[in-house]
Write a protein of this length. Structure first.
Lengths: 527, 337
């Protein structure tokens, strides 16, 4: 190929690429305008119907698609050298010099005679051609439409996202979110009250976040996907704190695995183990408290032999429940001190042991409070998610990101007894089934639970709101068991059998079943 | 095989063309496009039909061209009683010095290099057709003998568009032999002043010889070597097809007013004349613009109007212009504007 041909082809290649870019811009701009308009309509539709609209994901997907399309179109819309030469001839007024030369060079690599002269003439003419003048890179008119659609989307995301027109499905979905926001706020308050009354550090730390989430959900501008995302985030935080507490409890009270059982407990076995441990811990605390009271009472003489026997039994009990070494050492020390007649020292050691056990009890309480709050958050998320298809936001709302995890069970007197996957068809609705107040069809509620008897202290603050120091006191009433409405008695055999059958069908951990069964047997045995 | 032309040949071509054109301009006042097209037709190897009222310098143009090129010139005044032998020549009985008699061919006026067929439409079709072979084959057949004409052979025919009584319009086959049909328009006021000044003085202007037959033949050879791009050729083809009512490319006006469109000779005329014009314009390639500029003179006499076209007095020039308009400037390539 001659130098002239190389020079001419280089120019035509540059022009062809620019023409391809311009053509690709046109197509991509039209597509972008259509996509932007579609997204804008979609965004506006969310104000009417509760459809999910993942703006960021859509924007990224559309942008990536358009960029890939642009690259492909630049390659495919690039005209051939002959066509590029014709366009250049027309736009630069070269009277078909370049196109003729390009055709001659394609036909005769080494042209002779007038053909060679013509190629030379075309090359001279091409030297005055500026590719940017012949094929300017300018945005097509449709680009303004795409830009306008993008601006509209930005304005929607800034000012209108979360709004809904009244009396529309979207407004109803927003009402559900608001109602769940109130529920979450209430759960946060319960968590805060529990943390404050029982001195639960994690509950106190996370309660403000739960309340803030609830208040955010109560706000006027929140969409369903955002609400689900926030609920998922808070549920994850609660789950992480719960897991941390469980690990600490496992470290303090190691579980005694039966031989042949798995070293990684399932959630059901975990609950059963926790129940057993809590039961034993509670019993140990009561036992230590009784012994401490016995030692501190000081009125009646304490039989050292009996005390030593009780302390040994306590020590064995602590050994069985794998209590911390320090606790067991303190109990042993108390036993030795009691045997030596140092009752006050033994009482001090028992107090220290009891503080250890109470600390663990608080951890249990903390873990349970977090679990309750987490369950509330998950239930709220489930109720919000029930309002319609989730689309891209259909992610499990739980601290455990397991795709096969069952949905959180709705609270209420008639929880579902099994998953629909297992039964193949959903169970018939119960009389009180429903996730929202007023949805149930069961009998009227009974009388209100009698309020706890405590001393109510009213604090009257003088002055004008906003002035002076403010203080708040929290009155925690002493706990008291409520009296049953029916006198307790041993149930008939048929009823006991029916209850056993119903409980065996219930998806409850065996440890809990055992607890329930023991409770009712205890009740039945004390007329 | 034709020797490839070089840059020196191209320069010589342009110099000769310009010189001939200037000599014509020294004698002929005005009619600049007409003079360009006449010389273009000569170099392209075609013939020209001049249409205009008497007294506009048609004969002067032919004579001046012959003077500038030093070509043998003859003029044939076509009349109704003109016979083919009056044009082609005839065999005469001649007696030599020994007293023997023999037939000897006496060449007619067609045996020249530039022939002016004045008022060609006044002769009968029989006589008009005597020029057919000469114009197309550059040869004359009489008494079973074919005799070649000297090159270059250039016929310039004239006809009067006004005085049609007693005339025989040229048949389509005859018209198709002409490369161009040129209309000689009445001069403008300034041109008339110059004519009056130049032709009423003591000396009539005369043309100098600036080239000869060999130069003209060389120019014809060079012109044939000018390359034509395929899209330019396609444009000429589509333009010709646009004048055919039955063609898919036919323009709307062609469908309505044309009975028969331009012949393949029209396409050849466009390309050949386009090559000459490209060289004259300083280019070495034919452009679409060349085809468009030459479309009127090359195609206007090849269109046969339909009855509706004849009845409405449609001008073939308008039909060609509309065909050009409907074709657009250039075929739009994919991806282009």
């Amino acid at each position: 190929m001659t130098h002239e041909a190389i020079e001419l082809h280089a120019l035509l290649h540059r022009i062809a690429v620019r023409i391809g870019i311009t053509a690709a811009w046109g197509t991509v701009a039209r597509a972008a305008a259509a996509a932007g308009g579609g997204l804008l309509l979609w965004a506006l539709a969310t104000m009417v119907v509760p459809v999910p609209f993942p703006l960021a994901r859509c924007a990224v997907a559309v942008g990536a698609t358009l960029a890939a399309t642009w690259l492909v179109l630049v390659w495919r819309c690039r005209p051939s050298a002959s066509v590029a030469a014709q366009i250049t001839d027309r736009r630069a007024g070269l009277c078909d010099r370049l196109s003729t030369a390009a055709e001659l060079l394609a036909r005769f690599p080494q042209p002779v005679g007038l053909a060679r002269l013509q190629v030379g003439d075309a090359v001279i003419a091409a030297q005055g051609v500026e590719p940017q003048a012949v094929a300017p890179l300018r945005l097509p008119r449709e680009a303004w439409l795409a830009g306008a659609a993008c601006v509209g989307l930005l304005l929607w995301a800034h000012f209108l996202v979360g709004w809904s027109l009244p009396s529309t499905p979207a407004a109803k979905a927003l009402a559900v979110i608001h109602r769940e926001g109130q529920s979450v706020v209430a759960a946060g308050r319960r968590l805060e009250a529990a943390g404050r009354s029982q001195a639960l550090p994690e509950a106190q730390r996370l309660a403000p976040q739960v309340q803030a989430l609830g208040r955010h959900l109560e706000g006027p501008r929140v969409d369903r996907e955002q609400a689900l995302g926030l609920l998922q985030n808070v549920a994850r935080q609660l789950g992480a704190a719960q897991d941390l507490l469980q690990r600490q409890l496992d470290a303090s009270l190691p579980q005694t695995n039966a031989p042949g059982t798995s070293s990684r407990p399932t959630s059901a076995s975990r609950a059963a183990t926790d129940g057993q441990r809590l039961q034993r811990l509670d019993a140990a605390v009561r036992q230590v408290r009784a012994l401490t009271g016995q030692l501190e009472r000081g009125g009646a003489p304490v039989d050292p032999q009996s005390l030593s026997t009780q302390l040994r039994a306590l020590s064995e009990s602590l050994d069985q429940m794998n209590a911390p070494v320090s606790t067991r050492e303190r109990v042993d020390q108390a036993r030795r001190e009691a045997a030596q007649g140092h009752l006050s020292a033994a009482s001090g050691s028992l107090n220290e042991a009891m503080q250890d056990l109470q600390g663990m009890e608080r951890m249990f309480g903390d873990e349970q409070a977090l679990g309750d709050a987490r369950q509330n958050v998950q239930q709220s998320a489930a109720r919000i998610a029930e309002q319609g298809p989730l689309g891209g936001a259909n992610v499990p709302v739980s601290g455990e990101p397991s795709p096969s995890a069952p949905p959180p069970e709705a609270s209420g007197p008639n929880p579902p007894s099994g998953t629909t996957d297992e039964a193949g068809a959903p169970p018939p609705p119960g009389p009180n089934q429903g996730s929202l107040p007023g949805q149930g069809t069961g009998p009227q509620l009974g009388a209100a639970t009698p309020r706890l008897q405590g001393t109510r202290v009213q604090v009257h603050v003088q002055g004008v709101p906003g002035e002076g120091p403010s203080s708040m006191r929290e009155i925690v009433a002493p706990g008291q068991g409520g009296a049953s409405r029916l006198p307790a008695g041993r149930p008939p055999a048929a009823v006991a059998h029916e209850l056993d059958r119903a409980m065996s069908e219930a998806p409850l951990p065996p440890a809990f079943l055992q607890l329930v069964r023991q409770y009712f047997e205890t009740q039945g045995g004390t007329p | 095989m034709t020797e490839p032309a070089g840059s020196r040949d191209v320069d010589e071509f342009r110099r000769t063309f310009t010189a001939v054109r200037q000599e014509l301009g020294r004698v002929i006042v005005g009619h600049e496009p007409l003079l360009d097209l006449v010389v273009t037709a000569l170099v392209a190897g075609g013939h020209v039909l001049l249409e205009g009222v008497p007294g506009l310098g048609k004969t002067l143009l032919v004579r001046t061209l012959a003077q500038a090129l030093d070509l043998r010139f003859s003029r044939i005044q076509f009349t109704p009683d003109l016979m083919p032998a009056d044009i082609l020549g005839t065999n005469l009985i001649v007696q030599d010095d020994a007293g023997r008699r023999r037939f000897e061919f006496q060449p007619g006026p067609v045996f020249a290099q530039i022939v002016l067929a004045d008022e060609i439409n006044r002769a009968t079709p029989k006589t008009q057709s005597a020029l057919l072979e000469a114009m197309q084959e550059h040869a004359v057949s009489t008494a079973g003998v074919s005799r070649s004409l000297d090159e270059p052979f250039f016929v310039l025919a004239t006809q009067n568009p006004i005085e049609m009584e007693g005339t025989y319009p040229l048949p389509e086959a005859q018209l198709d032999r002409f490369l161009f049909k040129l209309r000689v328009m009445f001069p403008e006021m300034d041109d008339l002043r110059t004519i009056a000044e130049r032709t009423t003085g003591p000396e009539d202007p005369t043309a100098r010889q600036v080239a000869d037959a060999a130069a003209v033949l060389r120019m014809q050879t060079i012109a044939r070597q000018v390359p034509v791009a395929s899209h330019v050729r396609d444009y000429a083809v589509r333009l010709v097809l646009a004048t055919h009512a039955a063609s898919p490319q036919a323009s709307a006006s062609a469908t309505r007013f044309i009975r028969y469109g331009a012949s393949p000779r029209g396409l050849q005329a466009l390309i050949r004349a386009g090559k000459v014009r490209a060289l004259v314009q300083g280019r070495l390639n034919v452009s679409v613009e060349d085809i468009q500029v030459l479309a009127l003179p090359a195609l206007r006499h090849r269109l046969i109007l339909s009855f509706e076209g004849e009845a409405e007095g449609v001008d073939p020039d308008d039909l060609v212009r509309k065909a050009i308009e409907e074709l657009g400037a250039v075929p739009t390539p994919a991806g282009g504007a």
